[in-house]
Design a protein around this ligand. Structure first.
Ligand code: C2E
Ligand code: CA
Ligand code: CA
Length: 639
């Protein structure tokens, strides 16, 4: 019995750990599940070991098959325990690696290794290589009795190799486990070999389980300490399970607005207090029906079973009503604006990554819009799919240099000739349809892909300008994006590029939208100053689209203003409009700017604007944007 003392104490610890750890939500996550398996199998192995030890003195009185069965089960549980711990550690070690193949191979290796051990268990029955019972029914160790330890050492070596190969992606917890766990297990195995009568198998498992618990599985990882709710990580882990079962769920995301203003006004402790009360309120109302998570610093998430639209709407109404109440903070009442995103996953096509993407995108839409409630419906999902498709398409198009530059001629009223052109980027799908730059340019700006497009546009425009200007053409304007202007190296790089290609600065005109003028970025102003010192000309694009701010125009070195097509289109119908455009043109002329009118679609519009004194006209009436060779032919014909 003395030999089982360590195992007995460890078993008590293990039971405590199992009771403490059990949480249905927690054991749904892949790592939670694996850890739970480790605990249960370790427990089973220790109980079986206990039974074997207990029955040992009476082995001669017990039928041989029971003795064999008990010991075989014990061996099987011990092997499985080692296998599960090895798999847990391997998966944890390589959770963030970008070579999933490595993990797959290591998993196979472990499975084969332990598969061989299980095969040995079968062979043991006729051969007794692991253990056997002699004629007097005494338990005897076979020649391969210690093979399990050898396998454990091989698994440790494999772990060490994987650890060294993935050093960069391994987190602190894993480092600690490797530094403490490996020597600890090796020391215990050595001790076991020196003193084989003291049983330590389960103890090794329990020590490892405690170490893993402290580093990876303790509450703080899945729970939010402030509100006591499960956190984002826990939600994502549970979601995996729900999606696999194809259950329908209503996911409601509650985002608190302007919360930093509350922290500033009342202090962050009071802010924390409000968060705590909101958490309790949501839990009180929905804790039984579903689960409440703290999804982000000021975002809560509710996962509720979906039982029809009526109930789903009722849930939203309760949330909105509950969250519109004022909260008590330090004796005062304070209201917090909450925006609600509602997402219902019913159908086969929902997967965890897709739900996460929908939630991310839904939050963006929620922030952009003015509404306090947003249902993530089919239209939003279609929009998201389109964005995803486009992002992939743009990435490929950048890599394969698929972007084209087309040119739209600009007509000069004074000389009655085409004197410049605007370079416009074009992206064509395989079936020949064009994707509008209005769609892919903003998306590329948001997703950080715009640099790749700008680079190709600049290359193409420069190679066009390098060949010299056809006919009466005096320059080509390009549309700059915010990324370019806020890059501190932009002015220098552009000047160097033109110098290197021998292109006169006057041949390249730069169009900037008003949106860029309101940027606080110092680099924008510096680029502006450096480029205008270098004699570059700036056009203010899209004047009249909502950002219009005359002081912005005066404070930046523009030479030309481009009136947006929305101003031109209303010209025919509205007298007030006509007068204001006339005054605008007059004001710009008096302050020394030239004026381009964009979007001229009819001869009447062209005539009216020429009468109002506009200097240049651009639009479908004169010519649509066209590819480079067609544009050269156009210029030669119309000069
Ligand atoms: P934008 O700079 O205002 O360019 C003028 C847009 O008006 C072009 O649309 C042009 O095809 C269109 N347009 C020209 N004449 C008419 C007309 O008579 N009627 C109407 N309805 N439209 C006319 P496009 O090429 O689709 O470009 C849309 C926007 O995409 C551009 O507006 C610009 O903001 C952006 N963009 C285009 N190319 C580039 C580029 O190379 N870089 C960057 N950053 N943005 C670009
Ligand atoms: Ca433009
Ligand atoms: Ca424009």
């Amino acid at each position: 019995m003395f030999s089982y003392a360590a195992e007995f104490l460890s078993l008590i610890l293990l039971v405590l750990l199992i009771v403490h750890y059990y949480d249905p939500l927690r054991i749904q996550s892949p790592f939670g599940r694996r850890y739970w398996q480790c605990l249960i199998v370790t427990g089973a192995s220790m109980v079986l070991n206990g039974l074997c030890v207990l029955t040992l003195p009476y082995s001669s009185e017990i039928p041989l098959w029971i003795n064999m069965l008990l010991n075989t089960l014990y061996f099987a549980a011990s092997f499985l325990m080692c296998e599960l711990f090895s798999l847990y550690l391997l998966e944890k070690l390589m959770a963030h690696t970008d070579t999933p193949l490595c993990l797959t191979r290591a998993r196979y290796f472990i499975r084969i290794l332990y598969g061989a051990l299980f095969a040995l268990l079968f062979i043991n029955i006729p051969t007794g290589v692991l253990f056997f019972f002699d004629e007097e029914m005494h338990y005897c160790r076979g020649i391969l009795n210690g093979v399990g330890y050898l396998q454990a050492i091989i698994a440790i070596l494999l772990l060490l190799v994987c650890y060294c190969r993935n050093r960069r992606t391994v987190d602190k917890g894993m480092r600690r486990v490797m530094r403490l766990g490996v020597p600890m297990v090796l020391a215990l195995i050595t001790f076991q070999q020196i003193y084989p009568h003291i049983l330590l198998n389960g103890t090794i498992g329990v020590c490892l389980a405690i170490l893993l618990f402290l580093n990876f599985q303790s509450e703080k990882i899945d729970m939010d300490p402030l509100t006591g709710l499960h956190n984002r990580r826990s939600f994502l882990a549970g979601l995996e399970e729900v999606m696999a079962k194809k259950h329908s769920v209503q996911i409601v995301l509650v985002s608190l607005c302007h919360f930093s203003a509350i922290n500033l006004a009342y202090g962050y402790q009071r802010g924390d207090e409000i968060l705590y009360h909101i958490a309790r309120c949501l839990e009180r109302n929905f804790g039984r029906k579903g689960q409440v998570f703290r999804f982000g610093p000021v975002t809560f998430l509710l996962a509720l079973p979906y039982q029809g639209n009526e109930e789903a709407e009722c849930n939203i109404a309760v949330i909105q009503q509950q969250l519109s109440q004022p909260w008590q903070v330090g004796g005062r009442l304070c209201t917090v604006e909450a925006r609600v995103l509602d997402l219902i996953t019913n159908g086969e096509s929902w997967t965890t990554p897709w739900v996460v993407e929908c939630l991310e995108y839904g939050q963006v839409l929620l922030k952009q819009g003015q509404k306090r409630y947003f249902r993530f419906d089919r239209a939003a999902a279609a929009q998201l799919r389109r964005r995803r498709y486009l992002t992939d398409f743009i990435q490929r198009a950048i890599a394969e240099e698929q972007f084209q530059v087309w040119y739209q001629p600009v007509f000069c009223v004074r000389t009655q000739k085409f004197c410049s052109a605007e370079a416009l980027v074009r992206l064509q799908e395989k079936d020949g349809t064009f994707i509008s730059p209005m769609e892919f340019v903003p998306l590329s700006e948001e997703s950080g892909l715009i640099d790749g497009i700008n680079h190709q546009v600049m290359e193409k425009v420069c190679s066009f300008l390098e060949k010299g200007l056809p006919g009466t053409l005096q320059g080509v304007s390009i549309n700059l994006s915010m990324n370019q202007l806020s890059d501190p190296r932009f002015a220098q790089e552009l000047s160097d590029l033109l110098k290197q290609k021998n292109i006169p600065v006057e041949h390249l005109l730069l169009e900037i939208t008003e949106r860029m003028l309101i940027s606080e970025d110092l680099s924008v102003r510096e680029n502006f100053e450096q480029l205008s010192k270098g004699n570059f000309q700036f056009f203010l694009d899209d004047f009249g689209t909502g950002y219009s701010n005359f002081s912005g125009v005066l404070h930046f070195p523009f030479t030309t203003i481009k009136l947006d097509k929305s101003l031109i289109q209303d010209l025919d119908t509205d007298q007030k409009h006509r007068t204001s455009v006339e005054m605008l043109i007059d004001m710009f002329h008096r302050t020394g700017f030239e004026v381009v009118a964009e979007g001229i679609e009819t001869g009447e519009q062209a005539q009216k604007l020429a009468d109002l004194g506009v200097d240049f006209l651009q639009g479908f009436y004169y010519a649509r944007p066209m590819p480079e060779d067609a544009f050269i032919r156009f210029m030669e014909k119309n000069s």
